[in-house]
Design a protein around this ligand. Sequence first.
Ligand code: UDP
Length: 425
Amino acid sequence: MLINQKNRIALISVDGDPAAEIGQEEAGGQNVYVRQVGYALAQQGWQVDMFTRYSSPEQAAIIQHQPNCRTIRLKTGPAEFIGRDNLFEHLPEFVAQFQNFQQVEGFQYPIVHTNYWLSSWVGMELKKHQPLIQVHTYHSLGAVKYRSIADIPAIASLRLAVEKACLESVERVIATSPQEHEHMRTLVSTQGQIEVIPCGTDIEKFGSIERSVARQVLGIAPDAKMVFYVGRFDRRKGIDTLVQAIAKSSLRGQAKVQLVIGGGSRPGYSDGIERSRIESIVAELGLEDCTTFPGRLDEVVLPKYYAAADVCVVPSHYEPFGLVAIEAMASRTPVVASDVGGLQFTVVPEVTGLLAPPKNEVAFAAAIDRILTNPDWRNQLGEAGRQRVEIAFSWQSVAYRLTLLYSHLQAQNTPTPESQTEIAA
Ligand code: UDP
């Protein structure tokens, strides 16, 4: 007999380790989302286990983050980094390891919240063998991604089929923005249950330091016009558009423009290759003197960079949500972002920042210049951004809305009112 404990929840993120260092290849928004949702749900009384895979033999099997929140790593293929497009064949092992873990612990999870299409498949497989409520967050939709890239991977047709099956069969799919909701309906399926619950950010960590203090700590001159990018080095992020926009800025030569491009990379990996490409564009455009690459920015230093910046630029070709935009807004820094996806939801044009067509360096240059030449307006945009994040995008409010959803689904799906139900293994 295994016990089905009502307040236990498994967050499954096979490819995005919530305990990983963020900011390198394939470790970005999804990892942050799972970790922060896990922490916030634990604070609201859930017993949270976050499941991922081993990607190195040195990693611990279990990390106890808080008394009721752990990361649990399951053996899934060789203990080494495996890119997302090559992970599917190892998923049956992940399912078996998850089932084995439940057996050893003596309970079954009544709710799994899966992340990214790979984990959605895991959740749907588990559902074949145990009673389960499945909630899913895509983080990225193949149907959107494959429209914008030339090299479609071999896994594409399977991914699209799994994403469609997931939307049509799980208890609830979370869209993190109304734009992602629209894409699910127009590009994936008209069937299935979707609820919009945005991503969040840490409103205490971001926004706790003054611009002048942050600049002193980072050694950035008080009169510098600092333009900031942070995120993974990935072509989809459009960093080349930002560099070209700086080359076109009317402020060049008149003011001390400083471009800071933050994010980790490893030589030989895809992020290292993209960083080299960006560095050569910087060199070609003669921007080496005013551009710095500080590398991966950890959670201690990152809030200082956001605070120090005059403007944060998110030039992505597409973002389902885009955590960087709300982190900057929480730090009272205006955002210039591509007019796409979730960025249309988070950034309010002329109120918390500006939107520009993706890949359009002329429009980006004009938007960046408008903010850099008007410090009073920059401050107003920054304050409005902070207010918007406080109201709409704290992790606590996200976790509260998820709690309501899980409880509602449990009430709908539980035949008996008892808090613990015994289920035959
Ligand atoms: N990030 C970080 N340090 C870095 C680069 C990125 O902490 O050096 C974090 C960033 O603050 C954000 C996340 O990685 O929380 C990126 O999330 P986003 O949704 O913007 O993009 P994704 O990685 O999901 O494409």
